[in-house]
Ligand binder design. Structure first.
Ligand code: NAD
Length: 787
């Protein structure tokens, strides 16, 4: 890390510890929930109720948080940090908070009035922030006193605030550097967000470009005579955008909200494209405003799914959209290659998709000078706020200037000249310069010198472009992160584990042990690891090759044990899914560093199997370890339930609450710097004389005592209809390992004994028809079979 600047010192010298959110509606309540999840005590204020409990409105906002799916909290414990109140009785106390976030109705008058009230009581260093979606700060803050204007800022969260990592940070005309630094620091390091600086221009960055994309897409739909299903097919994963496409997304957002935003943008930019399509207006007039009322662009009718015909203004049966020319394009996994291929493809669907992408790129470039000072911020805003895999400028680089220009010329799409002019010898927007990413300067005139793109921590994609692997393979690659720390990256489909990647774990541990200080196992793909590749198991079982299965399971165990007993620290750093084998690797690391969003669990029973890569063994050892002086069976039963019920954490925090993680593990502050943190942990452990744990030789198992308890509990579950016969059989196999087999209570076994039991029980299950059916079902349908 570079040395800190004076503003960074200021940022950490006055941390944000308390907050107040005013407005307990959709955004306010969820922002309060996320702050509380991250340990900040927060007031949640709303208008006082006219009768009864004066805090009823904010209390309702708080209570409603429990019902939101997926949960706005990392753990419900956070609820205790949210204190409901009202803007008459509690404003004085709440206004003393370090950070006040206004999230009330989107109208300047009420917001200004609220600010005037808050201003009377604000503490001398309290920061006043607004969550406005687009009212300029110069307007909202114009009546504030000179001192408070320095501490007035926009922090624009995206819905849902826990999950969308974008927060646009908007400076008002007089916002001080210190205010920006303090807020950026808390957003980044405490809330795990990516603060993206945006200019004080209506709708800021993401909504301006995102809503332009929706309105423009609706226009192209008509001009090119397409159905809404067709457009949703074109504007989803084909472009690296969410599966919903455009119209389904509009239904989700709510057509009333969408029209409200479009009208707002029309007022702010009357010369631009922002107008409400006739079809959309017809839906609004009929109150068919989307998913919340069951009808929008799509609806479920008695006769089946229907979609809205924009010309005839009526519903008709939904039709599947097929574009023959795009079949090959869709198959490509790598988005950059997919888009490049798309731009070389001819046909009606390809034409429309190319045109829509070109329109978006040109618009982003046209408005860029007014909304931000770094093109990389535009891409980040679209990626983190709208879920686009690549923002418009990355897309331009992927397809190339020539291909883009051909489409822009064909459809008369005006593009600023500086975007296409070479800068520092390269036509692309991004350019690697000695490993640093530079980006074409936002400019209203000719292309200027390149500006540095925001670093945002270790970036594997950039690392790949400028470094050679230490060891490469089809499914995993070992990299040198610098400072004598190696990084093993998985990159198979869903990062599932087979012989190649398991062997890479063994090789990487060896390499780290012989020539480095430590190893990090982690990646920046969609998920850490979705478990074992079960396809091979099924083939082997069908061919009766049980020795192969035994060897495969043994290899899994060897990989886990290599992680645990490596002479150098092995930091496993999961994010999103860490299931089955992926979870087992985390369990075997002596210092896991988890992304806040980590969904981990031992889910093998879903495919009729059990954790045999050391997972059942590890949870057994931990339960028995915790039991010293306590009631052993209680601890073991809790661990047993995790496996038998295939429990998955809904956050890293919950993995601790469930007992999957213990005090050895850490939660990374921010996904952008998770791998840096993992590296720092490996280094710190190494520098303080890391020694692997001593081999576990003495596990006192509960034997027949535990088996009797598990058997009784499972019998009841089956009788009550909660478990099938095969569920019972699988769970009994798990129980047998955890009990240490049929031995008498108090027998002492070692780690290898439990690993052998894991393999034995795994093989027995793999030999059953019902397990094979479960595996096959998962492979074909992608979901578990209950048989
Ligand atoms: P909402 O209508 O769900 O909630 C607004 C809340 O503010 C209500 O509970 C209301 O009772 C309360 N309120 C109104 N006037 C008040 C006052 N004078 N004092 C105290 N409380 C008052 O609205 P929302 O969707 O949560 O939006 C809130 C703000 O966040 C708006 O500025 C909006 O533009 C912005 N925003 C919304 C979204 C979104 O997706 N909904 C996303 C980003 C930003």
């Amino acid at each position: 890390m570079t040395s800190s600047t004076p503003t960074e010192n200021l940022a950490s010298a006055s941390p944000i510890r308390t907050a107040a959110v005013v407005g307990s509606g959709i955004m306010g309540a969820q922002i309060a929930a996320h702050l509380a999840s991250c340990g900040i005590a927060v007031w949640l204020l709303d208008l006082p109720a006219k009768e009864g409990d004066r805090n009823a409105t904010s209390a309702k906002g708080k209570a409603g948080l429990r019902k939101i799916k997926p949960s706005p909290f990392y753990s419900e414990e956070a609820l205790a940090l949210i204190r409901p109140g009202n803007t008459e009785d509690h404003i004085e106390e709440a206004a003393k908070s370090d950070w006040i976030i206004e999230a009330i109705v989107e109208q300047p008058g009420p917001k200004q009035e609220l600010f005037a009230n808050l201003e009377k009581f604000m503490g001398p260093s309290s920061i006043l922030a607004t969550n406005t979606s687009g009212i300029p700060l110069r307007e909202l803050g114009k009546n504030l006193g000179a001192d408070v204007r320095k501490r007035f800022i926009g922090t624009h969260f995206f819905n849902p605030p826990r999950y969308l990592r974008l927060v646009e940070v908007i400076r008002g005309p007089e916002t001080s550097d210190a205010t920006v630094a303090r807020i950026s620091h808390v957003l980044d390091q405490v809330l795990g967000k990516t603060p993206v600086p945006a200019f004080d221009s209506p709708a800021f960055i993401a909504n301006r470009i995102g809503v332009h994309a929706m309105v423009m897409t609706m226009q192209v739909t008509r001009e090119m005579g397409l159905s809404i299903e067709a457009v949703d097919t074109l504007t989803g994963p084909l472009m690296g955008r969410p599966k919903t496409g455009t119209y389904r997304l509009a239904d989700l957002v709510g057509l009333d909200t969408l029209v409200h935003i479009i009208n707002g943008l029309h007022q702010a930019f009357p010369d631009e494209i922002f107008a409400v399509d006739n079809g959309l207006q017809h839906l609004i007039d009929n109150k068919w405003i989307g998913k919340k009322v069951g009808s929008g662009f799509y609806r479920k009718a008695a006769a089946g799914l229907e979609s809205f015909d924009l010309d005839k203004l009526e519903y008709r049966p939904q039709e599947k959209a097929r574009f023959e020319e795009l079949k090959g394009v869709m198959k490509e996994d790598d988005l950059a290659k997919k888009l490049a291929k798309l731009f070389r493809t001819e046909g009606k669907g390809a034409e429309a998709a190319k045109r829509m992408l070109a329109e978006s790129i040109a618009y982003a470039a046209t408005v860029a000078p007014a909304i931000t000072d770094n093109l990389a911020f535009v891409d980040e805003a679209m990626e983190l706020g709208f879920g686009w895999e690549m923002g418009p400028f990355k897309i331009l680089d992927a397809v190339g200037v020539e291909a883009f220009k051909a489409v822009a010329d064909k459809y008369n799409i005006a593009t600023p000249a500086w975007l296409l002019a070479p800068s520092e010898g390269s036509a692309s927007v991004y350019h690697l310069d000695k490993g640093l990413r530079k980006v074409k300067q936002v400019s209203e005139g000719r292309a200027a010198k390149r500006a540095p793109a925001p670093p945002r921590g270790f970036n594997l994609k950039l690392h790949r472009e400028s470094h050679k692997p230490v060891i490469a393979s089809e499914d995993a690659t070992l990299w040198d992160m610098g400072d004598e720390i190696l990084l093993l990256e998985f990159h198979s489909k869903m990062n599932t584990q087979g012989a190649i990647s398991l062997n890479m774990i063994l090789k990487s541990v060896d390499k780290a042990a012989s020539s480095a200080r430590g190893l990090v196992i982690g990646n920046q793909g969609a998920h850490f690891c979705a478990g074992a590749n079960i396809a091979m198991l099924l083939l082997d079982a069908a061919a009766g090759e049980y020795e192969n299965i035994d060897a495969a399971v043994k290899l899994f165990q060897d990989a886990s044990m290599a992680i645990k007993y490596a002479p150098v620290p092995v930091v496993v750093s999961p994010h999103n899914m860490a299931l089955g084998g992926g979870c087992e690797f985390v369990l075997h690391s002596n210092r896991p560093v988890l992304a806040p969003e980590t969904y981990m669990g031992l889910v093998e029973v879903g495919v009729g199997l059990l954790p045999a890569g050391g997972g059942t063994k590890e949870l057994t050892i931990r339960a028995m370890d915790k039991s010293r002086g306590g009631i052993a069976l209680n601890h073991l039963a809790k661990a047993f339930e995790l496996i038998a019920m295939a429990k998955v954490s809904t956050s890293a925090r919950e993995a601790f609450d469930m007992g999957l993680m213990d005090k050895r593990a850490l939660i990374a502050n921010n996904e952008n710097t998770r791998l840096d943190q993992a590296k720092a942990e490996a280094l710190a452990l190494s520098r303080t004389g890391y020694r692997p744990p001593a081999p576990v030789r003495q596990v006192e198992v509960l034997g027949s005592e535990a088996m009797a308890a598990f058997t009784a509990a499972l019998y009841l579950m089956r009788e009550a209809g909660f478990a099938s016969e095969h569920d019972e059989r699988i769970s009994l196999a798990v129980g047998r390992i955890m009990a240490g087999g049929g031995v008498s209570p108090g027998t002492v076994v070692d780690e290898q004994y439990l690993l052998d039991l894991e393999r034995e029980e795994f093989l027995k299950l793999m030999g059953t028809k019902k397990t094979q059916e479960r595996v096959e079902h998962m492979l074909k349908k992608g979901k578990p079979l209950r048989n």
